[in-house]
Each structure stands twice: as C-alpha cells, then as structure tokens.
Design a protein around this ligand. Structure first.
Ligand code: URA
Ligand code: SF4
Length: 197
C-alpha cells in the first residue's frame, strides 16, 4: 500500500465533513492498484458498499467486473473510487454540496496515482467532474480537460435494467484498454472533446 493513498483512506474513514457521515455504516474509500494506468470513478456507495466499506461490491460491481473481464482485465489491477465516499440515504443522487465537500479526496487520489486516463462511470461522475450531462450521448468518447484525459462510459448499474447497455459497457471498456495499450506504445491520445478553458 502506498503511504499517501493510505493517508487518504484513513481520512475518508474518519471524515465528518458532510451529513452523509451521520447516516453511513462505513465510509467507502477508493480501492485497488495505486500504480494503475486508469482510475474508475462511480457515483457513490450503495447498500452493499456501505456495509462492506468497499467500492462496487454489489450488483453494479458484478457488472463492472464482467465488463473488465471481457477486456481481459482483473479488478485487482485497476483502481476504483467514487465521487462521493459515503452512501446517500435510499441511494439518492448525492447533492452538489456533498459532491463539493468530498471532491478533495478524489482530487488527491488522482494526483497521487497519476493515471494515464480517468474512466467516468455514468452521469453523476460526468456532471461532477466535467460539468457534463447526457452520458448515453457522449459515452465512448475521450475528453481532455486541463492536463487530464477522461474516458466516458455508462454506469454499470444502468446495465441492470437495460440489457443492451451491458454490451455497450463491455465495448467501451475494451476500447478503453485498447487505448491504454496504444498509449503505452507511444501513440498520442485521439481526443474527441477538449474541455480545457
Ligand atoms: N454505484 C456506484 O456508483 N458506486 C459504487 O461503489 C457502487 C454502486
Ligand atoms: Fe466526508 Fe465525503 Fe463522507 Fe461527506 S461523503 S462525510 S465529505 S467522506
């Protein structure tokens, strides 16, 4: 474990910056390989994550694992986190205030791990990180903002009620890892949208 990642983990576990600390069972810090080329960012923990204190361990997590598997990638080889680290009651979408209060942790995870690309899972992460909306329209695209690259895809939970989306998610994750391989071979990232102001 990297000492800096561990320090954030401990801060998240003890955090009481917003009211979600009052209703959570456990905070859910990011988890995985701190040397990963990619960080996956979801919305917020759900019931199972809140119980276990780990991200993406419920049905959405199974969908994500299946998509990774289709790209030949193990869960352990990547790093997974969320925009908001504590479960919102009844799985409601986290408020702008909650996202703002929690943002510093994600910022730090990114600055320590320095991924080649950040994979945004679904609308809440898209909106929180890039101010975007309509993920289904933009999914599969590569975004550049300031010095970071982002890859957009649907939220794994969205595939539970929509069978077509599991195919979409798998296709996107395969594209993402093809892209990472090309990057490692020195190819420039083919940016679709530049959000740099
Ligand atoms: N959905 C998310 O956005 N994150 C999790 O960790 C689990 C479900
Ligand atoms: Fe702290 Fe984030 Fe949890 Fe709020 S959601 S208590 S800011 S860790």
């Amino acid at each position: 474990m990297n000492v800096e990642v561990e320090a954030i983990r401990q801060k998240v576990i003890a955090c009481t910056k917003c009211d979600l600390s009052k209703t959570r069972t456990n905070s859910v810090p990011g988890k995985g390989n701190f040397q990963s080329d990619v960080i996956f960012v979801g919305e917020a923990p759900g019931r199972n994550e809140d119980k276990k204190g780990e991200p993406f361990v419920g049905i959405a997590g199974q969908r994500l694992s299946a998509a990774l598997e289709s790209a030949g990638v193990s869960r352990e080889s990547i790093y997974i986190t969320n925009v908001v680290k504590c479960r919102p009651p009844n799985n409601r979408v986290p408020t702008v205030m909650e996202r703002d209060m929690c943002h510093d942790y994600l910022q730090k995870e990114i600055s320590i791990i320095k991924p080649k690309i950040i994979c945004i899972l679904g609308n809440t992460a898209f909106n929180s990180i890039l101010g975007g909306s309509e993920i289904t329209k933009y999914r599969g695209k590569i975004v550049k903002k300031d010095k970071e690259f982002y890859f957009l895809t649907v939220h794994p939970a969205a595939t539970i009620y929509n069978q077509e989306l599991i195919t979409v998610l798998k296709k996107d994750i395969i594209k993402l890892f093809d892209l990472i391989r090309e990057l490692k071979n020195g190819r420039k990232i083919p940016v679709d949208i530049d959000y740099t102001s």
